[in-house]
Design a protein around this ligand. Structure first.
Ligand code: F6P
Length: 344
């Protein structure tokens, strides 16, 4: 049987480790493995490349994706028929789709509407996919954000400044909360918790009143400035992509301005951006990606289509793609409470 693999959506560390694991296990079983280039675009346009032992060699620590990735949505561009046609023309019998809610949302729909033989692997630095405890890529992003907080601490302390760090995460605050806890942030602002600007400033003031001359604030890119009056203010947004997502970013700058104006503390902002997605995966992400990849290969072999490899506790299980993409996994209050125990 010929098996295709595609990687879609924003890249993240560990994608190549998944490709390696799927290919290694499937090749041993006698499958021919083919890479689909650039996410769903590869199936829309018929872009394929062979994945043999030579192509998958050295992939485990390598960041990004050797297959390329896009945010192409065949449902948005009326290209579903072309996906089905090219899949058949290439002689593929199954597909492993590695992606987040968008890429896997397409997979779930193709399976439901066309019995498309697809299995999923949960990828995203945002960790916002339901039905799995963690997505791979998240640990690396948290590691990088934590390192940034550590570095900001020493310069904040030297200059008696407030340092605002804006991190990614789209509409959930997982990266902000986890790196904030790990780095000892003095205030964390995330979309799930409508903490007001006034409250955040009061907490910083409280901290300074008890003798601290500097503070670290972590803000998630999806947080909207929220005021005691009830007003909420997002930042200017760009054109949405084919999945309807606007490009976020800029809240850190606005927040820093507000903090400086309201408290009088000198404030600087750092936007971490795509550094969070680049480079080599952490050992934890390499292991998780590898386990997901092996499970995806097994799901294909067992013809358990419409399923996604998932992490429950320490075990790799499988869940339905539909369940995994039904709603975003937000940060529960209990996690925020861990972080906020150290505010002020
Ligand atoms: O979903 C991953 C992610 O990195 C988000 O955290 C971020 O909002 C978005 O992708 C950035 O997208 P792009 O790479 O298109 O700028």
């Amino acid at each position: 049987m010929k098996l295709g693999i595609l990687t879609g959506g924003g890249d993240c560390p560990g994608l190549n480790a998944v490709i390696r694991a799927v290919a290694r296990r499937s090749m041993l079983r006698g499958y021919e493995v083919v890479g689909v280039r650039e996410g769903w675009r590869g199936l829309v346009e018929g872009l394929f490349e062979p994945l043999g032992p030579r192509e998958i060699s050295g992939l485990l620590p390598r960041g990004g994706t050797i297959l390329g990735t896009t945010r192409t949505n065949p449902y948005k561009t009326d290209a579903v028929d072309r996906v089905l046609e090219n899949f058949q023309k290439e002689g593929l019998g199954a597909l492993v789709a590695v992606g987040g809610e968008d890429t896997l949302g397409v997979a779930a729909r193709l399976y439901k509407e066309h019995e498309f033989p697809v299995v999923g692997v949960p990828k995203t630095i945002d960790n916002d996919l339901s039905a799995t405890d963690y997505t791979f890529g998240f640990d690396t992003a948290v590691f990088i954000a934590t390192e940034a907080i550590d570095r900001l601490h020493t310069t904040a302390e030297s200059h008696n400044r407030v340092m605002v760090l804006e991190v990614m995460g789209r509409h959930v605050g997982w990266i902000a909360v986890m790196s904030g806890i790990a780095g000892g942030a003095d205030m964390i602002l995330i979309p799930e918790q409508p903490v007001t600007v006034e409250h955040a400033c009061a907490e910083l003031q409280r901290r300074h009143d008890r003798g601290k001359d500097f503070s670290i604030v972590v803000v998630s890119e999806g947080y909207e400035l929220t005021y005691a009056s009830g007003e909420r203010r997002g930042v200017a947004q760009n054109e949405p992509d084919q999945f309807g997502h606007v490009r976020l970013g800029g809240v850190g700058e606005e927040l820093a301005r507000e903090i400086e104006e309201r408290t009088g503390y000198e404030t600087r902002v750092t936007v971490l951006g795509h550094v969070q997605r680049g480079g080599t995966p952490t050992p934890r992400d390499r292991v998780l990606a590898t386990r997901y990849g092996l499970r995806a290969a097994d799901l294909v072999h067992e013809e358990k289509f419409g399923r996604m490899a998932a992490l429950h506790g320490d075990a790799i299980v499988d869940v339905s793609l539909e369940e995994a993409t039904a709603e975003l996994k937000t940060v529960p209050k209990e996690w925020y409470d861990v972080a906020s125990a150290f505010f002020g």
